[in-house]
Structures are given as structure tokens and as C-alpha cells.
Design a protein around this ligand. Structure first.
Ligand code: FES
Ligand SMILES: [Fe+2]
Length: 354
């Protein structure tokens, strides 16, 4: 082998797009106690104010740096477990127990993060003490009549880019998920139309036969034409949409939160409609979906360990690696604040066998 192939590249595709919304919890997880979370490796703590609205502050007491999440919530204020300083959801220090002079000091405040609660998730803006410039992503199909919704939280031991690429990558499904998803027949050549706008890249697959796996058979016993879209929406959303004939529709949305550089928590939501009542189908779909997530999480752990072991990424891309390079490019541009610079919308066609 060429000796240069043995040199560690030191390359790790990690981008921190902080001016954006990320899911930090499912609504029911946030009760009357502080909830410790991480975003980009930064410890944060969530709690509810007296009205029940979610708040998020840095998980570090300004007094002696103790994690505020070790404390408790008292009448909607977060109370540090060490000396009892109390903070509201704006991060303002409201009480210093035992302090006789009543003066407030800004330096006693803790950094706070904008929050929104929607579609059953608590979203947090990734930059402290900043007004968000947009609103969180809205889930498709969750509240439409006739749809069943399955939710699942899975930790992927990989970077955000690896996780997003995995969620939107077609060629692996016949191998990693053999029998569950694709891989039961001879591959056929189909067309993928790749479209990129500033905030989204989408692959539309044209001419794909119905997958042979068991899940597809339950969804559409009679076959029918398959419509399939994969989408990445900056910076954290992967969406896989299938329509089978007129009656079956399934959208899997992965809301990906970069907990650490190589740990991504995926809040997955599967919305489905089928000719069989959806509530009947959901329990059959669940175990397949969960098995698929587990296989993906396992392979990402192996990939991460290999990157560490060999001292960085060394990838070979072909044109059927439709999404990975696009995702990485968009995240890097967003991180550098360069999204709006001379970035043309475009579309191209690729042939692949699936
Ligand atoms: S460390 Fe938090 S109040 Fe002292
Ligand atoms: Fe997968």
C-alpha cells in the first residue's frame, strides 16, 4: 500500500451550528425537577417556570460552579443544591439566601437559552442569551387524521454528520438491514433526482420497486408504485418519506441533537397511514423500526471507533453517496455563517441500483 495511506488524516467531520434549534427533551420528561442535558458537549439544565413553560440555562452555578441540575425547582425557580441561590428561566439570580444587602448583580446571573415546546418536544436555541431568528421545525403528519405516530429516542455513538448521513443513506439498507428492509431481490436500476436549496437537500427516487422486507408487505400487501424522498433540512433534521400506492404513507423524521462531537441523540418520529387501521399496524412496525435503529447505532459505534483508531477520517466517495458530502458541506457553511453567499439552487440526476 502507498505509505501515505497509512498517515493519520486527523480529519473529523464535526460542525457546530449553534444558531439553530435542537430538541433537548420530550415534553413528558420535563417534570417538576431539573433535567440535565448536553448540547455540543456543554452541560445545560432544563426546568419549568411557575406557568409550566420550559426554560433552559447553563448547568453551572455562577457562585461556585456546582451543576445547578443537582438542585431542585422551587416555585418555578431553579435552586442550587449548594448554597441555595435561585434563578428564573431568564437566568436572572433572584435570591441569594442569607445576603442582607438587597442589591442585585448581573454577574450572578447564569447564561440562558431560548426554548420552545411543540409537537411534544422541548426545543432549545443553541446560542446562549440570543433571540432566535426563526422557529423550530414542525413535524409533518403527526396530527393528521388517520395517522398513527410512533416515537423513539436512540443514542447514536457517532457525529451529527455520520448520523444524518446514515439516516438518509439508501445503499446500506440492503446489507446492514438485510431482510428487514431491502436486499431480498435482484437490484434494479433507478433514477435519483438530487435537489439542493440553501437549507435543504432532497433526493427523490424514481422507479423504485416496492421493498421486499416484511415491513413493506404489511404496509402495502398489494404492492403499488413507490414514491420515496429523502431530505436533509439544516441543521438537524433527516426525513424519509415513502408513499405506497394511494393509501400508504410513512414519514420517518429523525431530529438529531449533537450531545457531544461523537454522540448524537436521535428523537425519531414515525408517522404512518395504511389501508389497515394505523393503530393496528403501528405495533407491527415498531419492532422492525427499533431493530433497524439498533443496527444503525451499532455500525456507527464501529465507524467512530475506526476513525479514532486510524487517527481521522479517510473516506472514498462515489456518486451514489448522495447525501453525506452535501450534508457536510451545508453544515460547514452554516457553521461559518456563509449559507447565503453565492449558493445556487441546483438539481442533478444520478443512476443507481437498489
Ligand atoms: S455553588 Fe451554587 S449557590 Fe453556591
Ligand atoms: Fe440504516
Amino acid at each position: 500500500m502507498d505509505p501515505s495511506q497509512e498517515q493519520p488524516t486527523g480529519r473529523r467531520s464535526v460542525a457546530h451550528v449553534r444558531d439553530a434549534w435542537y430538541v433537548l427533551a420530550q415534553s413528558p420528561e420535563l417534570t417538576d425537577k431539573p433535567l440535565a442535558r448536553k448540547l455540543f458537549g456543554v452541560p445545560l439544565v432544563l426546568f419549568r417556570d411557575p406557568s409550566g413553560a420550559a426554560g433552559c440555562v447553563l448547568d453551572r452555578c455562577p457562585h461556585r460552579m456546582v451543576p445547578l441540575s443537582l438542585g431542585r425547582v422551587v416555585q418555578g425557580q431553579l435552586e442550587c443544591g449548594y448554597h441555595g441561590w435561585q434563578f428564573d428561566t431568564a437566568g436572572t439570580c433572584r435570591t441569594v439566601p442569607g445576603l442582607c444587602s438587597g442589591e442585585e448583580a448581573k454577574s450572578r446571573n447564569v447564561a440562558s437559552y431560548a426554548t420552545r415546546e411543540q409537537d411534544g418536544f422541548v426545543w432549545v436555541w443553541g446560542t446562549a442569551d440570543q433571540e432566535p431568528t426563526d422557529e423550530p421545525y414542525r413535524l409533518p403528519a403527526t396530527d393528521r387524521p388517520g395517522y398513527a405516530v410512533v416515537r423513539r429516542v436512540v443514542d447514536f455513538p457517532g457525529s451529527l454528520v455520520m448520523t444524518l448521513e446514515n439516516a438518509l443513506d439508501v445503499p446500506h439498507t440492503a446489507f446492514l438491514h438485510r431482510g428487514l428492509f431491502r436486499g431480498g431481490r435482484e437490484p434494479v436500476e433507478i433514477k435519483a433526482i438530487l435537489t439542493r436549496t440553501r437549507h435543504m437537500v432532497q433526493a427523490e427516487f424514481v422507479g423504485e420497486p416496492r421493498p421486499e422486507g416484511i415491513a413493506a408487505k404489511i404496509l402495502s400487501p398489494s404492492g403499488g408504485v413507490l414514491t420515496h424522498f429523502d431530505r436533509f433540512k439544516l441543521p438537524s433534521v433527516a426525513e424519509v418519506e415513502y408513499k405506497l400506492g394511494e393509501d400508504s404513507h410513512i414519514v420517518t423524521t429523525s431530529l438529531c441533537t449533537p450531545v457531544e462531537d461523537f454522540l448524537t441523540r436521535v428523537y425519531a418520529v414515525i408517522s404512518l397511514k395504511s389501508p389497515v387501521p394505523s393503530w393496528l399496524v403501528a405495533p407491527f412496525i415498531e419492532p422492525f423500526a427499533f431493530k433497524i435503529f439498533d443496527q444503525d447505532a451499532w455500525i456507527l459505534r464501529e465507524q467512530s471507533e475506526a476513525i479514532e483508531h486510524w487517527g481521522g477520517e479517510r473516506y472514498q466517495n462515489t456518486e451514489i453517496d448522495l447525501m453525506g458530502a452535501q450534508i457536510w458541506r451545508m453544515l460547514r457553511r452554516a457553521e461559518g455563517g456563509k449559507l447565503d453567499e453565492d449558493d445556487e439552487d441546483w438539481s442533478r440526476e444520478i443512476r443507481l441500483r437498489v
